[in-house]
Structure formats: structure tokens, C-alpha cells
Design a protein around this ligand. Structure first.
Ligand code: 3HC
Ligand code: NAI
Length: 698
């Protein structure tokens, strides 16, 4: 017999009712799924031919938890809520067995914890990942998991949100049986046996939390977790909720957990984390490239240039088990590149992050070469040679001669025009930009630069490749600096203007780091090398002679202070150390520069620093959206969260602007536009319009 609610299937097998969650992609517990479970339970309990009930999930999950898309919508609180569903499970007279496979996360695990029995297939990911969304388990997870597996392991799982493989939990008290064979067949057999037992059937809520010194442990956890998660309210709330259950019992703990959930789901931090979760997934979808677009088979990769970027790019593929042919012009350069890759792996071995054996296996996947003939078999070729159009031209013309038909030809250029590069070949449809960030083996971000002729299947393929090498790929149109660097240029421009007007590097860095950036612009520049920005500015002076820039950074570079690599930059550095020490010499130089430029220095507040830096990003981001360089605001946020150290709990510049309110953002921009150096503040039309209409970017 089959009775279907859209999101739940109900069948009967050997006298056991099987309630199968069927809400792709991950059986999220949305309203229709919850309703279906409750209906299934009622049906099974009123059918005399049914002796027991199994709840399981169709497809690739038992359940990924509450449906996050319903948060802050009426459906989230509409009955039956997940609390009600779990109560119905607990109240079932006939035993309920949760048959877990693949994924049991969040509300999915909480549902299973309400069941009388749990059986699991090995390899399932078990987690309460709610903290990662800025909330806490809100359907009894903080109460039942400690009762199921013990206080300490449960607290670790809840506070970290990290998944644990089911087999590691085999003896934890969570599962009544691990099932190696066919999960459903054996779950049904288990349920039939359970039905033979006298009721009432066991409930996790009735178990005791045993711990020699629960209070001490909870206090210790609160201190350590509190210190580690300063900007995130959820982790400490998780501990508070667990503590409430330990101290005051299950029901009071449950009520407290519920209150905390309602409070946390409204916080800007949770909104930001959920935005990042969906933003990451949304970034992989390109509006005019449907998911049905065929992809090219990528088995063999080649990288040209074994320098800073080429080496890091190569490592990404080695780490994913993909062989790489690495090409250089000279043996010495090749040897140097290989040695750097080896050194990086050895550092990981030393830290215990990688075994020597694995490091060797990865190195063995590299085929070093000096000959383009060895690139003939490559499916994807990524160029990371010097940033000069002439050199790129040589390389792409040569690639056009040797690469096989259908090979994807990618450039890692950070500033050059990908369309021009594509035009060096007779196959511009196969050319794409793959802009990795340094260090390329570490940084999550990959800007995929879509040329005017780039074929859709090339885009679909590189997005899939990005997933394989665990990058967050964001598509950018062709423009100077693409999404990330084009925006950062306006941010740096503001930083330099503020030095001229009255701030000093340490104040600017401190203010923006307090806002949450990993590193302020001057510490960052000292790390990356001040000469890089200098080279770009020199090019700008040629290309855009009208663009106004503070020349203060050029002055610094003229004295050879290129940053950490020369032992001096915006800051002083002691030999062998990376601590940025404010430099009297530089500060005096800045003050002298202001005087020379006829600027009367004034005190600039930290608020102004933050506004000018962040709103410069926002304004340029709005222009990038208007021009279609980015297809959605969340793409811009993903670039900043994964590549530029923007604080995650603020959700990226565009979400932050929405949070501040675009009316307020526009007002500030107009105010700065009226100040000296206001020429940098031409407000984006779309931002002005949204500010007028009460609109938002997201
Ligand atoms: N609700 C709604 N949609 C969800 C979802 C959820 N809980 N979890 C995943 N999805 C969607 C994704 O948005 C994505 O949609 P798309 O295809 O339209 O982009 C799709 O499912 C597939 O997701 P992934 O690309 O991440 O697929 P993977 O196979 O790589 O990973 C997963 C699957 C491990 C389940 C991963 O998606 C994940 O970690 N999801 C989040 C799980 C989570 O945080 N659950 C807790 C929810 S909050 C909760 O339960 C509150 C409760 O305590 C009351
Ligand atoms: P690099 O100078 O460290 O390495 C370039 C390598 O290319 C050198 O080893 C050189 O020998 C080799 N090379 C030069 N011409 C060649 C040719 N014709 N054939 C084969 N190899 C050749 O430079 P880096 O920093 O790795 O930059 C490479 C590219 O990556 C540039 O386009 C740069 O703009 C881009 N990029 C750099 C980033 C960075 O932070 N360094 C970040 C993102 C992109």
C-alpha cells in the first residue's frame, strides 16, 4: 500500500509502516514533510495490521534538518512544528525506529533522537551543525544528545557542529544497531522484533546525564568556548541550554533551548551565516548556464609557470588526486617550483597534517616538463606566467598550436583583459579566466572570469572542477580587477586619503580590524608587498590620467619600503619577525606629506574609517552589479568572505550594507562626496535608487 503526502511516502512492509521522507535534495523538514510524518504516525497507530514504524529518508539523506529556507517565514512556526512531530513520535504506542543513512543533521538527528530506537548504516554523517548557521539545535538536540551519548562528547558535537561518521558513534549509546546490509530490510526486521517487546518503549528523554563534575565541566567549557567565539553568540548559548537541562531537568531545558533558538534566529550573526551558506551554493549557479549543461571530462591538468601561483595551483589538483603536467621555460625555474611544492608538503607532514606516504604520492602525480609537446593530452591548461600581455600572448599562441581540441585554456591573470588573451587563440570559446588567490593552495576563493566568447559548457566544467578542488567559485565578467580587486582598489584609495587627511596606518588598521577584518589595509599591503600596488598605480596613471590618487604610497615605495620582504614598509619589522611596529619615520613622512599637499590634518574617528573603507566596497559593488560583472549581490559577498578576510559574522559588504540600511549608506556616501577628496564618491545609481525606494541588495 502507498499513501503519499508530497514530501513523505507511506508504505507497509511485513506489517511495518515505513515513513520515508521524500523532500529532495536533503529531506529538509519543511511544513509538508512535518505534516506527512504526523499523518503517517497517526495512520500507522490506527491500523491494526501495523505492528511498528520505521522512519527513513529517500535519496541522499536521512534528513539534513529543518528546512533553512523556511526560517523567519510563517511556515517555520506553523503546526505541526518539529517539536510537535517529535512529541508525536515519542507518544507513538507502536515502536518507532529511525533508520539512518548518509546524512542525519540538525533537526534530522533531533527527529531520530525522539524515536524509540535508532539503527544506522556506516558512513552516515551525524551532526548538530546549527551553530554554523548562528543558531542552536532547537528541537531538543541540546537535551537529548547529552542523554544519548554523554555530556562531554555531546557538548563537543553541538558546539563545533562538526559531523561525526556513524561508525565512530557505534558504541556511543546513540544507535541500537549498526547495519551493514540493506538498511531498510534490516530496520524493518529490527522494528518487528521491537514490536514483540512489552511497551512502553525506551525514550532518550528518560535517560540520565551522568557526569562526575557536570557543573565544573560546563563552566570550563563556557570560558574556553566564550573566548574562542567572541563575535558569535550561538556557541555559548548551546552550553547554556545544555546546562539548563543538566540543572533543571529535561522539560525546563527544552523550554530554555526553545527561547534561545527564537532569540538566535533573529540575530544579525545568524542571518549572515545563513546568507553565507546559501550564498556559497548560489554562487555555483550561473543564471544562463542551466544545471543540465553538459560538462567536459577533466582527467589531466597542465599548469604553465611554476612560480608563486603556479605551484599553489598545482597543489590543489594533486590534493584532489588529479595528475598535473607542470611546464616552465628553464630547468632551474622548474626545480625551484618543485622544491617549493615539496617544502609545503613537508611542512604539513611535520605538523602531522599529512603522512609522508601521502606527500610522496602527491609529488608523484607531477610530471615536470620544459616542452609544450607534453601538454597535448591535457584537458585543462592553466597559465600562471608573468603578468605581461606579451608573455601571455606567446603562451596562448603556443597553446593554440598544441592543445587538443576541446581542451580548456585558462589564465590566472589578475589584471589583464581575458578577452584579449582569448583573442590570441583561434578558440576563444575555450578560454576562461581562473583567478586563484595567494596562497593558491590555501585560499578558498576562485574567481571564474567569463570572457565574451567563453562557452557555457566551459563555465559549467570549471565550476565543477572548482568543487572538486574545494574552492568557492564565483563568476565575474571581464573588467579591470574583476570583482574582488576592483572593489579593493576603492577601499585602498580611501585608506590612503585618510592618511593624507589625518589618520596614521596603525589607527586605520586597528579600526577596521576591530570591525572584524582579518588584517587592515596597511598590514596587508606590507605582507603582500607594497611594490605590487605601486606597479598597478603606475599603470593606472597611464591608462586613467584623470583618476585621482593620494601619492603617499608612492612616496613610501620610492624609499624602498616594500613591506615585510624588505624588513620595512608602512611599519617597521624586527629581523625574522612579522609583528608590525608603528614607524616614527613613516608617520613623520605622512605628516610632512599632508603639509606639502596643503591639507590641514584633522582627527578622523574610527567610525569614519570603517564607513569610508566598507562603503567604498559597497559603492563599487553596486556598480559591479549594475554592469552585470557579478550576477547577484551574494556573489560579491562570497568573494569578500572567502578571499578578502571580511568578517563572516557580518555576511559580506553587500549584506552589511543591507543591515545598516541603504538609506543610511547613501547618506554617508553623499556626505563624504562633499568633503575634500570627495571625487572618489560618485554614488552608484542602483544604490541611490534602492536607498530612495527602501530596497536592499539581498
Ligand atoms: N534546508 C534547506 N535546504 C538545504 C538544507 C536544509 N537544511 N541543507 C541543504 N540544503 C540544500 C542546499 O541549499 C542545496 O540546495 P541547492 O541544490 O538548491 O543549492 C542542496 O540542499 C544540496 O546541498 P549541498 O550542495 O550542501 O549538498 P551536499 O551533498 O554537499 O551536502 C548537507 C549535504 C551535508 C546536508 C549540506 O547541505 C549541509 O550541511 N546542510 C546544512 C545542514 C544543516 O545545517 N542542518 C541544520 C538545519 S537547522 C535545524 O535543523 C534547526 C533545528 O535544530 C530546529
Ligand atoms: P611568479 O613570478 O612567481 O611566477 C611566474 C612563473 O612563470 C615563473 O616561475 C616564470 O619562470 C614562469 N614563466 C614566465 N614566462 C613563462 C613562459 N613563457 N612559459 C612558462 N613559464 C613562464 O608570478 P606569480 O606571482 O606566480 O604570478 C603568475 C600569474 O598569476 C600572473 O599572471 C599574476 O598576475 C597572477 N596572480 C598572482 C597573484 C599573486 O598574489 N602573486 C594572485 C593572483 C594571480
Amino acid at each position: 500500500m502507498v499513501v503519499d503526502n508530497a514530501a513523505v511516502n507511506y508504505t507497509i512492509r511485513d506489517g511495518v509502516a515505513v515513513i520515508t521522507l521524500n523532500n529532495p535534495p536533503v529531506n529538509g523538514l519543511g511544513l509538508s514533510t512535518r505534516t506527512g510524518i504526523v499523518e503517517g504516525l497517526a495512520r500507522a497507530n490506527s491500523d491494526a495490521a501495523v505492528t511498528a514504524i520505521v522512519i527513513t529518508g529517500a535519496g541522499k539523506a536521512f534528513s539534513g534538518g529543518a528546512d533553512i529556507t523556511e526560517f523567519n517565514t510563517p511556515k517555520a512556526t506553523q503546526e505541526p512544528t518539529l517539536h510537535t512531530v517529535i512529541k508525536e513520535v515519542e507518544k507513538s504506542v507502536k515502536p518507532v525506529v529511525a533508520a539512518i543513512h548518509s546524512v542525519a543533521m540538525g533537526g534530522g538527528l533531533e527527529l531520530a533522537l525522539g524515536a524509540h530506537y535508532r539503527v544506522a548504516a556506516p558512513g552516515a554523517q551525524i551532526a548538530l551543525p546549527e551553530v554554523k548557521l548562528g543558531i542552536l539545535p532547537g528541537a531538543g538536540g541540546t537535551q537529548r544528545l547529552p542523554r544519548a551519548i554523554g555530556l562531554e562528547p555531546a557538548l563537543n558535537m553541538i558546539v563545533s557542529g562538526a559531523p561525526v561518521p556513524s561508525e565512530k558513534l557505534a558504541k556511543s549509546g546513540l544507535f541500537d544497531a549498526m547495519i551493514e546490509g540493506d538498511l531498510l530490510t534490516e530496520a524493518v526486521a529490527f522494528a518487528r522484533k521491537a514490536a514483540d517487546k512489552q511497551g512502553p518503549h525506551p525514550l532518550v528523554r528518560n535517560r540520565k546525564i551522568e557526569h562526575a563534575n557536570a557543573e565544573g565541566f560546563l563552566q570550563f567549557s563556557r570560558n574556553t568556548v566564550g573566548a574562542m567565539s567572541k563575535n558569535y553568540p550561538a556557541p555559548v548559548k548551546c552550553i547554556d541550554a545544555i546546562a539548563a537541562g543538566v540543572k533543571e531537568g529535561f522539560e525546563k531545558g527544552l523550554a530554555f533551548e526553545r527561547d534561545c533558538f527564537v532569540e538566535l534566529v533573529q540575530t544579525p550573526e545568524s542571518r549572515a551565516l545563513r546568507h553565507a551558506f546559501f550564498g556559497e551554493r548560489a554562487a555555483s549557479k550561473i543564471p544562463d548556464v542551466p544545471s543540465s549543461t553538459p560538462v567536459r571530462d577533466i582527467q589531466k591538468v597542465a599548469v604553465i609557470g611554476a612560480g608563486t601561483m603556479g605551484g599553489g595551483i598545482t597543489m590543489n589538483f594533486l590534493n584532489a588526486g588529479v595528475p598535473v603536467t607542470l611546464l616552465e621555460t628553464k630547468q632551474e625555474a622548474l626545480d625551484r617550483g618543485l622544491a617549493t611544492i615539496r617544502k609545503n608538503y613537508e611542512a604539513q607532514v611535520k605538523k602531522g597534517k599529512l603522512t609522508q606516504e601521502k606527500a610522496e604520492a602527491r609529488m608523484a602525480l607531477i610530471s615536470p616538463t620544459l616542452s609544450y609537446d607534453d601538454l597535448k593530452q591535457a584537458d585543462l591548461i592553466i597559465e600562471a606566467v608573468f603578468e605581461e600581455l606579451g608573455v601571455k600572448e606567446q603562451v596562448f599562441k603556443r597553446l593554440d598550436e598544441v592543445a587538443k581540441q576541446g581542451a580548456i585554456l585558462a589564465s590566472n591573470t589578475s589584471t589583464l583583459d581575458v578577452d584579449k588573451i582569448a583573442a590570441f587563440t583561434k578558440r576563444p570559446q575555450d578560454v576562461v579566466g581562473l583567478h586563484f588567490f595567494s596562497p593558491a593552495n590555501v585560499m578558498k576563493l576562485l574567481e571564474v572570469v567569463r570572457g565574451k566568447d567563453t562557452a557555457k559548457d566551459v563555465l559549467a566544467t570549471v565550476m565543477q572542477v572548482a568543487k572538486k578542488i574545494r574552492k568557492t567559485a564565483v563568476v565575474s565578467g571581464v573588467c579591470d580587477g574583476f570583482i574582488g580587486n576592483r572593489m579593493i582598489e576603492q577601499y585602498v584609495r580611501q585608506a590612503l586619503y585618510m592618511l593624507e587627511e589625518g589618520a596614521l596606518p596603525a589607527q586605520v588598521d586597528r579600526a577596521i580590524e576591530k570591525f572584524g577584518f582579518a588584517m587592515g589595509p596597511f598590514r596587508m599591503s606590507d605582507l603582500a608587498g607594497n611594490d605590487i600596488g605601486w606597479a598597478i598605480r603606475k599603470r593606472r596613471y597611464q591608462e586613467k590620467p584623470d583618476l585621482k590618487y593620494s601619492k603617499i604610497a608612492d612616496r613610501l615605495c620610492e624609499t624602498g619600503r616594500f613591506g615585510q620582504k624588505t624588513g620595512a614598509g608602512w611599519y617597521d619589522y624586527k629581523a625574522g619577525e612579522r609583528n608590525a611596529l608603528p614607524s616614527k619615520l613613516v608617520d613623520d613622512m605622512i605628516v610632512a606629506y599632508s603639509k606639502e599637499a596643503g591639507v590641514e590634518r584633522r582627527k578622523i574617528s574610527d567610525d569614519e574609517i570603517v564607513e569610508r573603507l566598507v562603503f567604498a566596497l559597497v559603492n563599487e559593488g553596486a556598480k559591479i552589479l549594475e554592469e552585470g560583472i557579478a550576477s547577484k549581490a551574494s556573489d560579491i559577498d562570497m568573494v569578500y568572505l572567502t578571499g578578502y578576510g571580511f568578517p563572516l559574522w557580518r555576511g559580506g559588504p553587500m549584506l552589511y550594507a543591507d543591515t545598516v540600511g541603504l538609506y543610511n549608506v547613501a547618506r554617508s556616501i553623499r556626505r563624504y562626496a562633499a568633503q575634500p577628496n570627495g571625487d572618489a564618491w560618485e554614488i552608484a545609481q542602483s544604490l541611490a535608487d534602492k536607498a530612495d525606494n527602501g530596497g536592499t541588495f539581498n
